[in-house]
Design a protein around this ligand. Structure first.
Ligand SMILES: NC(=O)c1ccc[n+]([C@@H]2O[C@H](COP(=O)([O-])OP(=O)(O)OC[C@H]3O[C@@H](n4cnc5c(N)ncnc54)[C@H](O)[C@@H]3O)[C@@H](O)[C@H]2O)c1
Length: 261
């Protein structure tokens, strides 16, 4: 029996590769993106998220098996906060009731190894407090302070996602309803998002110093899709609350062995 997946960010990169992989495996997929897929909505806005949820409910007749949230931005801008955190959280929460009819409901989110990078605690806290207006004001303030501060925005969105997942996953509406909720944390993946960052020898040296990937270097999008597919498969019965780094060893290289204190 095939399962019905909803995949955001379906028009490009990791989301697109995930749609292809799932369809090759005989699963059904509803793609969501701002353009070029089954449901075209802007997840940076409250209205777009609402329209997206309603369109999925209509198309799926109210029953899906899994959500894989890949839509994201990496620009040092307030919009990245809206898409990467609120655009994921509100969309996933809006679709939670549609998972209740599935025998094996699952959710996986694309975070990043950047969740381990320096961030703005104030911005992370505003996201976790579910205060989009304050989070956008803080992000605007970081942008006004220059490139170095603005660069904290992306990692902050991914840190907040990882923390939200850990808080949520053990609640009755997730664990109690049999729904594993996890994230993947990729290193550098060869997609349009990072094309400029790895276009030249000089750019690659800079990124490799920041994100060392001693195991097999950069990823192809499908390699992240394999992990997303497993996390949202029937086979994943007990892994929840995790950000699983798929990063060629960058987490181990940067944080070392003593991460349990
Ligand atoms: N590429 C990498 O190196 C890398 C590394 C770690 C994490 N990630 C994460 O993986 C996810 C996918 O990124 P990718 O590399 O495939 O990038 P990508 O740019 O190829 O794809 C991102 C997709 O998100 C969609 N999107 C952006 N804003 C949207 C909006 N407002 N509403 C709806 N859809 C929107 C885009 O249209 C695009 O199709 C992102 O969350 C990104 O942060 C990427």
């Amino acid at each position: 029996m095939s399962r019905l997946y909803v995949v955001t960010g379906a028009a490009s990169g990791i989301g697109a590769a995930t749609c292809v992989l799932l369809r090759e495996r005989g699963e059904k997929v509803i793609g969501v993106d701002i353009h070029n897929t089954d449901i075209n909505v802007d997840l940076s806005t409250v209205q777009g998220r609402k329209e997206g949820v309603e369109a999925v409910i209509k198309k799926s007749k109210g029953k899906i098996d899994a959500i894989i949230a890949c839509a994201g931005l990496a620009t040092p801008s307030p919009k990245t906060v809206s898409v990467n955190y609120f655009g994921v959280k509100e969309f996933v929460e809006g679709l939670l009731p549609t998972l209740s009819g599935s025998k094996n409901p699952r959710v996986a989110i694309t975070s990043s190894m950047a969740s381990l990078m320096p961030n703005s605690p104030e911005l992370v806290n505003a996201m976790l407090a579910d205060d989009e207006a304050s989070a956008l004001t803080i992000a605007q303030g970081l942008c006004a302070e220059g490139d170095e501060k603005a660069a904290l925005i992306y990692g902050s969105t991914k840190r907040a996602l990882g923390r939200w997942i850990r808080r949520e996953c053990i609640k009755p509406k997730w664990a109690g309803a049999g729904i594993p909720l996890n994230a993947v944390g990729p290193g550098i993946v060869e997609t349009p998002m990072v094309a400029d960052m790895i276009a030249t020898e000089e750019a690659r040296s800079a990124i490799d110093a920041m994100v060392p990937m001693p195991l097999n270097h950069y990823l192809k999008a499908v390699q992240v899709a394999y992990l997303l597919a497993w996390l949202t498969s029937k086979e994943n019965t007990h892994t929840t609350g995790q950000t699983i780094y798929i990063d060629g060893g960058s987490d181990a290289a940067l944080r070392g062995d003593n991460i349990w204190d």
